[in-house]
Write a protein that binds this ligand. Structure first.
Ligand code: ACO
Length: 336
């Protein structure tokens, strides 16, 4: 049995900054409401025609991660790509990355676990490395959400929260069993699938042809829907449970956490968890203030920035925790 370790991180966000004041020109909202409820100051939104897509941002993040990992791209054995906003309905963007990197015909797996996508993807990659099947795996989380949200008054409770961007990690074989990913813990509760969802287009109920045929300007079925307060309550409960589960599995205490990188859902959720676990500001990394909620990209962007800023050192106990649509949630415990 081998262990796996993150040997390089990278991230990329579109250049276009959209402040809360910018949004107040598009819809009936204001900086105070957004900051009080979500902690967000600004987010990046790609501009049509600027070349950004979920795939292209993921590729840019991947190229940085490969550079930081100091490996050759041809040494990558497998790709895992997590997103809810793929360039195509199918195929997923993993194969686009394989082609664009110009690497061998290695496997490319697409993960559809929304805000938990990176944690799920990392866990899958870890298992492939633990069994000895692969040595180096590229794990990407990327989202271009600005094109899919409703930026009118109707969509304001959702659209102010989400942003675009990508993050990537190179996970590599590690012989020291006390280093790298110690464990991962994944969960789902499909009973609440539609509490945070975009129902269409889907083969189940409403395909594109139905939407076109009905031509209904009030049709919101292809826009994200979120039962905000219900999501909030479930998020704080599941974040807490899954962090505890990860610590217990490794005989660790809360005081052993050097850095918690939570999915950047909402600053209020992160602050609630920080307070509940009695963690100091130095023990929790948040950057939602600048990027909004970038769903599957939020943890790898945050982890990449934390590394860049020297906030994570070799030997640190790092906890990743996510909760999102599905509902799905999970944690990954890492000895850095
Ligand atoms: N600007 C101004 N006013 C707004 C806006 C806006 N952007 N959006 C909604 N409002 C109004 C509503 O219309 C409502 O007005 P009313 O009282 O006259 O009816 C009022 O603000 C309060 O609306 P609520 O939806 O009750 O606002 P709430 O306090 O619940 O905050 C929020 C909404 C921020 C979404 C909150 O429910 C929340 O934090 N939920 C957690 C879910 C979350 O953060 N999800 C992130 C994405 S999911 C994930 O990553 C897991």
């Amino acid at each position: 049995m081998y262990n796996s370790r993150i040997i390089g991180m990278g991230h990329y966000v579109p250049e276009n900054i959209v402040t809360n004041d910018d949004l107040s020109k598009l819809m009936d909202t204001n900086d105070q409401w957004i900051q009080e409820r979500t902690g967000i100051h600004e987010r990046r939104w790609a501009v049509k025609g600027d070349g950004n897509s979920t795939f292209s941002m993921g590729l840019k993040a991947a190229e940085k991660a490969i550079k930081n990992a100091k490996i050759d791209k041809d040494d990558i054995d497998f790709i895992v790509f997590a997103t809810l906003s793929p360039d195509y309905y199918f195929p997923g963007p993993g194969v686009q990355v394989q082609e664009a990197l110009g690497i061998d015909t290695i496997g490319a797996l697409d993960v559809r676990n929304q805000c938990s996508g990176f944690v799920y993807g990392l866990s899958v990659a870890d298992q492939f490395i633990k069994t000895g099947m692969y040595k180096n795996i590229l794990v990407i989380g990327s989202e271009l959400q600005s094109q899919g949200i409703d930026i009118s008054n109707r969509g304001r409770s959702i659209s102010v929260i989400f942003g675009d961007g990508a993050g990537a990690a190179i996970l590599s074989r590690e012989d020291d069993s006390n280093k790298g990913i110690l464990s991962s813990h994944l969960h789902s509760e499909g009973a609440y699938a539609l509490e945070l969802a975009a129902e269409a287009p889907g083969m189940g109920k409403r395909w594109v042809t139905d939407i076109i045929a009905e031509n209904n300007p009030d049709d919101m079925s292809y826009r994200p829907y979120m039962n905000g307060q219900f999501v909030f309550k479930n998020a704080i409960r599941r974040f807490s449970e899954v962090i505890h589960q990860g610590l217990e599995a490794n005989n660790l205490q809360v005081s052993d956490i050097d850095m918690l990188v939570p999915h950047q859902a909402n600053l209020r959720i992160s602050q609630y968890i920080q307070k509940k676990f009695k963690l100091s500001d130095d023990q929790v990394f948040n950057n939602i203030q600048h990027y909004g909620n970038t769903t599957a990209a939020s943890i790898p962007i945050a982890l990449s920035e934390a590394c860049e800023q020297g906030k994570i050192k070799s030997g640190d106990t790092v906890v990743l925790a996510a909760f999102g649509s599905g509902f799905t949630w999970g944690s990954v415990i890492i000895k850095w």
